[in-house]
Design a protein. Structure first.
Length: 464
C-alpha cells in the first residue's frame, strides 16, 4: 500500500460519478459492438491513472503529459487517451471485465497487491508475446530485481508463468530523519543506527520533553501499523515475515517480541501519542516533534518540501540492517486488461512511455525509479556495458540530463534483496486485524502472545 495524497471529497465523488457513467457506457458499447479503437488510421489506447498519480507525475515539469505526447510523436499511428479515477476501485474495474469489456487499455493503478487478484480472475493480458523482442534482449534484467515481484505470476487455469505487467514506480521502507535536530544535538550523522538497538539508544538521546521532542515515531494507525511497524521489526528479528504456510507470521516468539518492543517504545514515550492516529506520524515528523520516522521514503521527501533547501533539514537512508537483509517494498505495475482490443499497442505504451520515459517524473515525486539504467549512469564505479539495440532504444528514452538525488542512490542496495507484504489476496484484511489488535494490546494488561492469539482466531478463517 503506497502512501498517497487524498483527493478533495467533493472532487472524489464527482469523479466517481463520472467514472461510473463512463464504465456503464463502455459496457453498453461492448454489448452493442459499438466501440472501435481504430479510427481514421489511428489506434486509440486508453490509459488509466489514479487522480493522485496524475497530480504527482505532473509536478513540477508536466512529465506525464510530455512523455505521452512524445510517444505519439514517435508512433503517429497511436493516440493515447488519458483518463483518471480517484483511486483504484477494483469493483468498478472488474464489473466491465466480467462482461468482456474494458474502458481502459493500460492500467497504472495496479500494485503488487492487486495484480494477484486480477490474474486469479483472468483479467490481465500476458505481455510475453507483445514484448518478445525486448524480453529476448534481456528486458527483465533492466529492472531492479525487487520490483519484479508479482509481475511474473502463474495462470491458475494453465499453470504457466507469464509476465502480467512491468513495474514503473516503487516505494521502499526507509529511515527518514531530522538532519537539523541531529546537528542541534551535536550528534554526527555517522552515528545513525545500524541496528534496531542502536535506533532505540539514539532515540533516547534525542528525546527532549522540554521541547516536546520525541526520538522516534511510527505510524501505529491500524491501516498502516502492520506494514510500517510490525513487518520491518519482525523481519529484523526473524529474517522472514511469513510462517511455514507463507502467511504473515503472527505465531512465532519473534512475533510476540515485536509486539512487546513496539509497546515498550510507546509506553516509555519514545513515540508521540499521535502515532495512533492516521497521518499524525508524518505530520509530527514534519513538525519536528519526532526525529526519526521509519516509513516510506516519500514521507521524507514530502517533509523536505516544507523547507527551502529541504535536504538541509531532512535525511533519508536505509532502515537499520536493510542494506544486507533487504527492505519492505511496494510498487505499482503497469498492466493491460485481458479485454483490451489493442493489447499490442497498449503494451508498447506501457513499456516506452511509462516504464522508461516517465522515470524522471517518478523520482521528482519522491518515488523510487525502477530501472537500473537511471542508477547505473550515476555510479562512478560502474563500468560501461554493451547492450542490445532493443535495450539501448529504451535507455535513450530516459532523460539524459536528469540526475536522481543522493538519497535515492543510498536506498538502491536495499531494493534487490527487498520483499513485499505476503498474501496479496488477503493482506488488507490480515493487516487490519493485526493493527486493531495491537492498539487494543497497548491499553490492556495481557501478554503479547494473548493479543496475537486473538488476532490468529480472526485470521485463520480467512484461509478456509
Amino acid at each position: 500500500m503506497c502512501g498517497r495524497r487524498a483527493a478533495h471529497p467533493m472532487q472524489k465523488w464527482i469523479a466517481l460519478g463520472l467514472l461510473g457513467l463512463m464504465v456503464a457506457g463502455f459496457v453498453a458499447e461492448r454489448r452493442l459492438n459499438a466501440y472501435n479503437p481504430h479510427r481514421g488510421g489511428v489506434t486509440h489506447v486508453r490509459l488509466l491513472v489514479a487522480s493522485w498519480q496524475y497530480s504527482a507525475f505532473q509536478y513540477p515539469d508536466g512529465d506525464l503529459e510530455r512523455c505521452l505526447r512524445d510517444f505519439e510523436k514517435r508512433h503517429p499511428e497511436i493516440k493515447i487517451d488519458l483518463r483518471m479515477m480517484p483511486e483504484a476501485n477494483e469493483i468498478t474495474l472488474m464489473l466491465p471485465w466480467r462482461e468482456g469489456a474494458t474502458p481502459f487499455d493500460v492500467l497504472l493503478t495496479t500494485n503488487n497487491e492487486t495484480t494477484t487478484r486480477y490474474v486469479e480472475g483472468g483479467f490481465l493480458t500476458p505481455l510475453d508475446e507483445y514484448l518478445e523482442p525486448e524480453l529476448s534482449a534481456g528486458l527483465l534484467g533492466e529492472f531492479l530485481k525487487g520490483y519484479l515481484q508479482y509481475c511474473l505470476l502463474t495462470d491458475p487455469r494453465t499453470g504457466e508463468e507469464h509476465i502480467y505487467g512491468l513495474p514503473f514506480m516503487g516505494e521502499i521502507q526507509a529511515l527518514n530523519y531530522r538532519r537539523d535536530v541531529l546537528a542541534e544535538s551535536g550528534i554526527p550523522e555517522s552515528e545513525l543506527p545500524d541496528t534496531w538497538q542502536e535506533f532505540e539508544d539514539l532515540a533516547r538521546r534525542l528525546k527532549d520533553p522540554s521541547k516536546m521532542q520525541y526520538g522516534m515515531t511510527f505510524d501505529f494507525a491500524p491501516a498502516f501499523f502492520s506494514q510500517n511497524a510490525y513487518v520491518p521489526i519482525l523481519h529484523a528479528f526473524r529474517g522472514s515475515i511469513v510462517d511455514e504456510k507463507g502467511r504473515l507470521d503472527v505465531a512465532s516468539p519473534e512475533a510476540a517480541q515485536t509486539f512487546e518492543l513496539l509497546k515498550r517504545w510507546y509506553q516509555e514515550e519514545l513515540i508521540p501519542p499521535g502515532a495512533l492516529t492516521p497521518n499524525q506520524a508524518a505530520d509530527g515528523f514534519r513538525a519536528k516533534i519526532a526525529v526519526m520516522f521509519p516509513s516510506w521514503q516519500s514521507r521524507g521527501l514530502w517533509a523536505m518540501r516544507d523547507y527551502e533547501d529541504g535536504e538541509k533539514y531532512i535525511g533519508i537512508v536505509p532502515c537499520p540492517g536493510d542494506e544486507e537483509r533487504g527492505a519492505l517494498l511496494c510498487h505499482y505495475i503497469a498492466a493491460v486488461p485481458a479485454a483490451s482490443p489493442v493489447p499490442r499497442e497498449a503494451a508498447r505504451v506501457l513499456l516506452e512511455a511509462i516504464c522508461f520515459d516517465l522515470q524522471a517524473g517518478v523520482t521528482k515525486e519522491g518515488k523510487m525509479p525502477v530501472v537500473r539504467h537511471i542508477y547505473d549512469r550515476q555510479d562512478p564505479d560502474r563500468k560501461p556495458r554493451v547492450v542490445p539495440p532493443e535495450i539501448q532504444a529504451l535507455h535513450d528514452l530516459v532523460d539524459p540530463t536528469y540526475r536522481v538525488p543522493d538519497w535515492v542512490m543510498l536506498l538502491r542496495p536495499a531494493v534487490d534483496p527487498g520483499y513485499c507484504v505476503p498474501d496479496p489476496l488477503t493482506w488488507q484484511r490480515v493487516a487490519d486485524i493485526v493493527g486493531i489488535e495491537f492498539q487494543r494490546y497497548l491499553t490492556e494488561d495481557i501478554s503479547a502472545e494473548e493479543a496475537l492469539l486473538r488476532a490468529r482466531k480472526q485470521i485463520d478463517p480467512l484461509y478456509r
